[in-house]
Design a protein around this ligand. Sequence first.
Ligand code: 4AD
Ligand code: MG
Length: 433
Amino acid sequence: MNALHTSVRDLASKAGQETALLGWISQFRSSGKIAFLGLRDGTGTVQVVVARNEVDDDSWDSIADLALETSVRVTGSVRQDDRAPGGYEVTASSLEVLGTADEYPIQPKEHGVDFLLNHRHLWLRHGRQAAIMRVRDEVVKAIRDFFYDRDFVLVDSPILTGAIGESAGTLFSTEYFDLGTAYLAQTGQLYVEAAAAALGKVYCFGPTFRAEKSKTRRHLTEFWMVEPEVAWLDSEGNMLLQEEFVSFIVQRVLERRRSDLDILERDVAPLEAIAPPFDRMSYTEAVDALRAGGSDIEWGADLGAEHETVLTEGRQKPLFVYDYPVEAKAFYMKENPEDPRTVKCNDLLAPEGYGEIIGGSQREDDYDRLLARIREEGLPERAYDWYLDLRRYGTFPHSGFGLGLERTVAWICGAPHLREVIAFPRMMTRLTP
Ligand code: 4AD
Ligand code: MG
């Protein structure tokens, strides 16, 4: 609000001095002559002691108006106290209620997850949720730093699009003036491919939309994806970039958000092991391994979550599965010259059962083959005219990938469900708050 109040995080700089604090009541108990308040301000929580004989009458009277989440202004002196969480305590000289609070719906007891999601706008205030948001913020910053430091150019791709990016089955659509149907982007990839021919190394990073009729813990209908695209990079180079990238993100969070991982009670040992090189296995090897373990998966089928879990069991590091069958993947992937039944692509599976966090590939750069794939998939050819132009005017080998932000944050936080790692989750059965 102004320079005259101090954040809980910065209390150390005011040790031994008088200062003002603004925040919400997270806890309170009082006896006849003394009250202990928990004051939460978004940067931390501090205990405030209000003693009857050290405050004016108005301040003391306002204690009667306190409830969970009342907003207050406190002035007082900051005292170092090694027993206090955060190492400081405040002795109040005045207390003013700024906003009273009705009976707060989220009480310190077990609530069902539906109840919490219905109150997501309030649930966000709680320690674990706030810690996840800070980790998410750190991951986003790490992503931007990684690409900026390597001379990638951010190119924002449109959300309203005229072409199907991944698969026709999971599109949100809306009427678009006289032009018919617009789709909400499932990916920015086709656009960053165009940008890669203009700028070499690019990425887009934004919300993407999938009308997935799946209610699993790994699926949102709106999620964030970062998608680098690199000219002259092949599938092998693409995997090297991915393992460097994912390791960078994890190490950055360990460096800067240790206290939040503590709040989340995340075992950091598995994260500390995340460094290149990651394990690698071809799709064919994966199917053989699964079948040897008793699965009846047939070569050609896509891997499901349960397959991913089996493949990553007992591994410390993420696992690349590469060169999937043509029929399991999107139309734009490059045919594998060594085995045309497969495409030059990879998924990256996170350890600890978190499954696919990245899908990537080398792109089909041959005009005729790409056109044939578009036709085979029954995609509307005219919508891809501009995309085919990239193969008409100086085609070039290029590769890229998409990393799902929420999947990555869930893994790093050890959060069991994606709905906790985005502020306002959108799922099949949830559009509010
Ligand atoms: O594997 P996907 O579908 O790949 C693409 O969209 C490519 N066009 C990316 C590219 O090469 N530029 O999605 C990429 C990642 C997945 O690995 C997963 O992490 C995440 O996006 N993802 C989802 N996250 C949450 N909810 C969903 N419904 C998701 N679908 C995909
Ligand atoms: Mg995928």
